[in-house]
Structure formats: structure tokens, C-alpha cells
Design a protein around this ligand. Structure first.
Ligand code: ADP
Ligand code: ZN
Length: 726
């Protein structure tokens, strides 16, 4: 028998399996989906068995498969189908698709073995009589006898509890022995909680969902309307029938809270996946799935690829979140993969959000998705009152960061011992440093943008490529000492806040304060336990957090996302601000929100203020229609990049010509234009945007383009068939 093995090959143009002979010792053992070690050229590499056949008619010498690797890992039929889909949708190779679906411990490139965490126990190696003989023999140390008695009593003792030289003697003498057992790194320690009785509104939503067919549902529920409880109920129903469930959540900040809630309700039946887990932890969680020890997966984007069998439901919480889209190859959107898997399994697909994307809402209104609404918060709690503060007026009174109103409200909360959350969507200290003498501005020499000053480390960093320089006291160019700092970041906000409220306990959450493992969860827990009065941070703090004592939310600058030149900036602003506002007043204490802005008449901000999604939707749909954007048109973005400016520009023009001659006449091709950040890491980027409604020739042409450039090592092309931004 022969096996076809898919290997990782360093060229995009070769995307195929190679045939190997199955040696006798693996005959009947080897299965499709297994990972194997095979000879390739003069090396040994890993690959996946894609097929087992009885004949081989190639013109090369067939070599033997060496061995099976990672015994427990088998890619099932569904995962192969997902890989095929991923390949078609994102134009990646099949092996790339499979690679991106696996945790790094199990990827084909990984040569390291032994991810299992083993715990050593001590047990008896001889019978009780012999032990007694041994003990009654003179000259045994008290310590040895103590150890033996303990093992006699407990049968099995953790080695680390009795570590001593006496133990070593007993082991050497063969009286005791060591046994090793695998231990999962992550274990649920939460106490179990009973289910809540759903409200009528929640029950109505649950009842409307048919668990036995493939429909997509949008649960449009305001913040705090009890969506998560609905998910829990649905999953309970699903696992009652022996099936399994995936719940996708946007970011790790949110995962921590939701995972706790799931552990409390489902005990050990949950595996979790997010980027803050170590390789070993991810490996363990993956094993729990492969061994069918759990029914529920809760995780971020890549959790959509976990090999749960007998799936019964997929839920995508906060479906509007950008982090569901992968920004690197393969550029997939978790929503699309989820859709594919729910169709494959004929099961329901649930999208939940307080601020759905326009695409999703449009489909729901058309009846393509079933629309379910939770317009009110659970119980007595009400949506917070939102006020807009005009910063152009405040500046006249020299209130540059905090308006008088926001200051007053923070003070009020401090006195009442309630909590405040402040959003500023920019990290660092100040975002621009310029010399007022010569006009010099710190800019990244490799990228096309100004560098952000980080005060704690006294350096300037490029947020694109990571390039860092120490800040000097004088202008690096004219050596004048008049450096000016503009643009406010979270680091400076924290400092200002401490100046104004010296007694307040303040904590900051952004990528800089949460880079170490476990820091996210710690900040959130400490804040929940009221060890802090004020939590300030970037958009990290906007989603999902549920703190009963938070009654004030302040947005320092509501304009940051509004000013980003992107067709989704309105949608993003509405979502970010509504979500952030939703952190206030989630219990019986009433909440209040202050939005500081330089555009007080902005339509979107006023929709946020009135908490009127539908009004926002009408307005934004009108804009999208006028400008041929989704959901009226599909988008595709092509980036052409090179270190050589002329080459990049020349090739970009050729790509445009190619597309013009290959695509349908109805398709709109824009560009090439310089990409939003033109130069990153010394590479020049051009962009072409394709807008289309239906174009049968598109994917074929894109694939051809991709293949042409695969052979070009000076110019790179990257194609995104579902760009979230342009
Ligand atoms: P969402 O996911 O829509 O933001 P949650 O499910 O987190 O809403 O619910 C908001 C708050 O209301 C939570 O504190 C939750 O414990 C509580 N809650 C939700 N459903 C119920 C219910 N049926 N009975 C009592 N409390 C509930
Ligand atoms: Zn840079």
C-alpha cells in the first residue's frame, strides 16, 4: 500500500502530495490524516497523509514512510474539507491552510517532541510483607521509615512532596518506584454555579433557534441584555444530545471573564484557546479535544479550527470585532470558516452583537439570517445616559485633556466609592515630538510615520516595525532644547490623572502593560475586586467587561477612530463607543457616559448618544451605497510591495492592466494608489482595490496573479479577498 503525503515545500507553486510506501509495520495502522516522518531529498521532514492507495504510477523512486509522529493527532475529514475551503477562499496552499489550523506544537515544521507535562509519583515496588521486613531490619533511618509508611498508607505520593536523599536510597534499593502521569497545565478550579432562570425575552430567543438545521441567526442585543446567558443555555441544550459546541470570543481580555463563567457552569467540560496561552497549554487543550474529553471550546479566532467532532452549534460573540479577521496569510475571517463548518454539519450558526456589522445586519433584514432582538438590559438595569462634551469650548478654558464635567464626575465617583473606566485609543506618552526651532519631527527611518514617545522607557517607538531610539534631551538635528510633545497617549493620560486625583487608585491596561503573561487577567481581577478606582486603557477595555461598580465611562477623545481614512471608520466608531459605553451601569447602579469630542455635531456620535443603532444603520448604509462599498459590493484588496520604489510602482500598474483585461466590465478596479502606510520597514506598498458584485473570473485571475508573483523575489503581492479595512 502507498500513502500520499502532503509536505511543506518552500514554494507556493508546488502544492501537492508525494507518494510513499507504507512499510509492513505500519500497514493497517496508518490512517489518512496522520502526521508522518518521511525522507525528502536528503532530509527527513514531517507531512500529513492525505490518501492511502494500492497502486502507484509515478516516475520517481518510492521511499518508505519512516514513522508516525504525534500519535494522537489525526486530521479528520471535516478538517480536510475546511483546509480545502481555506485554500480556495484565501488563495493559500493546502499545507499552509493545514498549518494555520494547528497549534504550533503540532505544526509540521515543529521538530520538538514531548510537550506533555509529566508528574512523577512514588509507589511501592514490592509487596507489603517485604516492606515490613525492610523496615524491621536494623539500621533504617527514621526518615526512610517515615516515607515508607506514608507510601504504604497513600499508595501513591507526589514525588515533590517527599524529595530527600532517603527517598533516593529507597528507589535505588528497588523498594519504591517512580511512575509518571500526564497532567494538563490548565485545570478548572472554579466552583460550580447553578443556571439562572432565563427572562421571557431570553427564552423567546432560545426557543426561536432550531438546533437541528443549518440556519444563521443574528442575536442583536444591547450591551448587558443577557446574550451570554442565552449562549450558555443553547450550549447546554446541545451537549444534552451528546453534541459539541464552539464559542468564539473577540479578545483575550474578554476570554478571561467568559471562561470563568463557563467553568462555573460547565465544570471541566471546556477547553480554551487564546493567544496568551503557552505552547504547552495550547497543546494540552488540543489533546483534551482529540481525546474527546470535553464538549465545549471557548476561544479566539483560531479556535474555529479545533477538531471537535459531532459539532452541534457555533456561536460567534461580538461578531463585528475586527480581530476575527487574520491579517497575515492565510487571510481568513473566522465568520466564514464558522459558516462553512455549520453548513458542513447542518447545525445552527449564531452571531451575537450589540452593534452588528452592516453586512450582517443587511442580511438579517433581508431574511437571509434570522433576526432575534434583545432590546433591553436584563432586570432593572438601564442603558447609561450618554452626554457629548464639546472640547473646542473646553480648550478655551485650558482644559486640554479633561473637560470640567468629566473631572467633576470622576471626583463624584471617587467620593461614592464607585468605579470609572476611561478610554483613550492610543498608547504611549505622546504621539509626536517636534523641535520648535528647526521643525524636526521624530519619524521612523524605515516607515512612513511619526514615532510614539514612551516615557517609562524614555524612548521613541515605531508602532509599525518596532524600531526604537532613545530620546535625547535636545533636538537630534539642530541641538536646540525646545522639543515639543503633541498627541496624547494612555501613558500620559495616566500621569495627568494621578496629578489631578492623587489619592485615586489607578490602573492602565494597554499592550504595554499587558505584555507579560497573566497581566491581563490580574488587572481585570484586581479591578473587579475594587483594588482600583479607575481603569484606563485602549480599546482593550471596551468589550465584554462586566463590573457592577462601574457607573462612569469617559471617552477622552471620541474622534480618534472617526478620523481614520477607511470606509469602516463610522462603523468602528459606533461600535467602539457603544461597547465602551456599555460598560457603565450594568447592575442596579445607574451608569453615565461622557464622550469628549471636537466634532460635537457628528452624526455618528449622536447616534451613539441616542443609542440608536437603526438610525446609524440607515445613515451608514446610505454612504456605503453612494460609494459602492459593502454590503452593496464585495471588496478585494491587492497589495504590491517592494524595496525598490520603481519596481513596486511598475508592477502595480501591470497588475491593474492585467485585471482590467481579465475581469468583468461591471467590476470596479481602483488604483494603484499608495497604501495607507506607504512605507513600512523600508518596503514601499501600493494598493489596488477591486469592488464587485459578481465576477466569475475573479478568483481564477487572482490565483494566476499570485502564481506569477510567487516566482518574483523582488516584488511581493498579497491578496486579501475579504479586507476589513483598506
Ligand atoms: P451580554 O452578554 O448581552 O452583555 P450578559 O449575559 O453578560 O449580557 O448579562 C448581563 C448581566 O445580567 C450579567 O451580570 C448576567 O449575570 C446577568 N443576567 C443575564 N441573564 C440573567 C437572568 N436570566 N437572570 C438574572 N441575571 C441575568
Ligand atoms: Zn518603523
Amino acid at each position: 500500500m502507498y500513502a500520499e503525503v502532503l509536505i511543506e515545500y518552500n514554494s507556493k507553486t508546488i502544492d501537492k502530495s508525494f507518494t510513499y510506501l507504507i512499510p509492513d509495520n505500519l500497514d493497517g495502522v496508518l490512517k489518512v490524516g496522520m502526521k508522518v516522518v518521511v525522507p525528502f531529498g536528503n532530509k527527513l521532514i514531517n507531512g500529513f497523509v492525505t490518501n492511502i492507495v494500492s497502486d502507484f504510477e509515478g516516475d520517481y523512486e518510492v521511499k518508505n514512510i519512516i514513522e508516525i509522529k504525534d500519535q494522537e493527532l489525526i486530521l479528520n475529514k471535516e478538517l480536510f474539507a475546511v483546509a480545502e475551503y481555506l485554500k480556495e477562499e484565501t488563495l493559500c496552499t493546502k499545507i499552509q491552510a493545514i498549518q494555520s489550523m494547528l497549534p504550533s506544537a503540532l505544526k509540521v515544521k515543529n521538530q520538538k517532541n514531548n510537550y506533555e507535562k509529566l508528574i512523577t509519583y512514588i509507589e511501592l515496588n514490592v509487596n507489603e510483607k517485604e516492606i515490613n521486613n525492610y523496615i524491621s531490619n536494623n539500621g533504617r533511618s527514621i526518615k526512610q521509615i517515615e516515607i515508607l509508611k506514608r507510601v504504604l498508607e497513600d499508595k501513591r505520593v507526589l514525588k515533590k512532596e517527599i524529595m530527600s536523599s532517603s527517598l533516593n536510597t529507597l528507589l535505588e534499593k528497588g523498594v519504591l518506584k517512580e511512575t509518571k502521569e500526564q497532567e494538563y497545565r490548565i485545570q478548572n478550579t472554579e466552583e460550580q454555579e447553578n443556571d439562572l432562570k432565563l427572562t421571557h425575552e431570553q427564552q423567546r430567543v432560545v426557543d426561536a433557534i432550531d438546533l437541528n438545521t443549518n440556519n444563521t441567526y443574528l442575536i442583536h442585543g444591547v450591551t448587558g441584555s443577557g446574550k451570554t446567558e442565552v449562549y450558555i443555555k443553547l450550549i447546554k441544550e446541545v451537549i444534552k444530545t451528546g453534541k459539541t459546541a464552539i464559542l468564539l470570543v473577540p479578545e483575550i481580555t474578554l476570554t478571561a471573564q467568559i471562561v470563568d463563567r463557563f467553568y462555573k457552569r460547565f465544570g471541566n467540560d471546556v477547553a480554551i484557546f487564546h493567544s496568551a496561552l503557552s505552547e504547552g497549554e495550547k497543546y494540552d487543550e488540543y489533546l483534551k479535544i482529540l481525546r474527546k474529553e470535553i464538549h465545549i471550546v471557548v476561544g479566539t479566532r483560531s479556535a474555529i479550527f479545533t477538531p471537535l467532532e459531532n459539532l452541534g452549534i457555533i456561536i460567534l460573540d461580538e461578531e463585528h470585532t475586527e480581530s476575527y479577521k487574520q491579517d497575515t496569510n492565510p487571510r481568513y475571517h473566522a465568520r466564514d470558516i464558522a459558516k462553512f463548518r455549520t453548513e458542513y454539519n447542518n447545525i445552527p450558526f449564531i452571531l451575537g452583537s450589540a452593534t452588528p456589522t452592516l453586512e450582517t445586519m443587511a442580511r438579517a433584514l433581508k431574511g437571509v439570517y434570522k433576526y432575534l432582538e434583545l432590546p433591553k438590559r436584563v432586570g432593572e438595569s438601564k442603558l447609561p445616559n450618554i452626554e457629548i462634551v464639546d472640547m473646542t469650548e473646553e480648550i478655551k478654558q485650558r482644559n486640554f485633556i479633561f473637560s470640567s464635567l468629566l473631572k467633576e464626575k470622576i471626583q463624584d465617583r471617587l467620593e461614592k466609592q464607585e468605579q470609572t473606566i476611561l478610554l483613550l485609543n492610543r498608547r504611549g506618552f505622546s504621539t509626536i515630538i517636534t523641535c520648535s526651532n528647526c521643525g524636526y519631527t521624530y519619524k521612523c527611518p524605515y516607515c512612513d510615520i511619526t514615532m510614539t514617545y514612551h516615557k517609562s522607557s524614555n524612548n521613541l517607538r515605531c508602532h509599525y516595525c518596532g524600531y526604537t531610539v532613545l530620546k535625547s534631551d535636545k533636538c537630534p538635528k539642530c541641538h536646540d532644547a525646545t522639543l515639543n510633545y503633541y498627541g496624547l497617549g494612555t501613558e500620559k493620560l495616566e500621569l495627568e490623572l494621578k496629578n489631578i486625583f492623587p489619592l485615586a487608585r489607578i490602573v492602565r491596561m494597554d499592550t504595554d502593560t499587558t505584555s507579560r503573561k497573566g497581566t491581563h487577567a490580574k488587572i481585570i481581577n484586581d479591578f473587579k475586586e475594587h483594588k482600583y478606582d479607575i481603569l484606563l486603557g485602549t480599546q482593550m477595555i471596551s468589550k465584554g467587561l462586566d463590573f457592577p461598580l462601574v457607573t462612569l465611562v469617559g471617552v477622552i477623545n471620541a474622534d480618534t477612530t472617526l478620523n481614520i481614512p477607511d470606509f469602516r471608520s463610522g462603523e468602528k466608531t459606533f461600535a467602539l463607543l457603544s461597547q465602551t459605553a456599555g460598560r457603565a451601569g450594568r447592575s442596579d447602579l445607574e451608569g453615565e457616559v461622557i464622550l469628549q469630542t471636537f466634532n460635537k455635531d457628528n452624526y455618528i456620535l449622536n447616534c451613539v448618544k441616542e443609542n440608536d443603532y437603526k438610525k446609524f444603520y440607515q445613515y451608514e448604509m446610505h454612504n456605503r451605497h453612494k460609494l459602492n462599498y459593502p454590503p452593496y459590493y464585495y471588496l478585494c484588496s491587492i497589495k504590491i510591495s517592494s524595496k525598490d520604489y520603481d519596481l513596486a510602482s511598475g508592477e502595480a500598474n501591470k497588475v491593474k492592466k492585467y485585471l482590467e483585461s481579465h475581469l468583468s466590465d461591471q467590476t470596479i478596479i481602483l488604483g494603484p494608489a499608495t497604501a495607507s502606510v506607504f512605507k513600512i520597514n523600508n518596503v514601499y506598498n501600493f494598493q489596488i482595490i477591486i469592488k464587485y458584485k459578481k465576477d466569475d473570473k475573479l478568483y481564477k485571475s487572482l490565483k494566476e496573479l499570485d502564481n506569477i508573483f510567487a516566482l518574483n523575489n523582488k516584488v511581493n503581492i498579497s491578496i486579501d479577498t475579504s479586507p476589513m479595512r483598506i
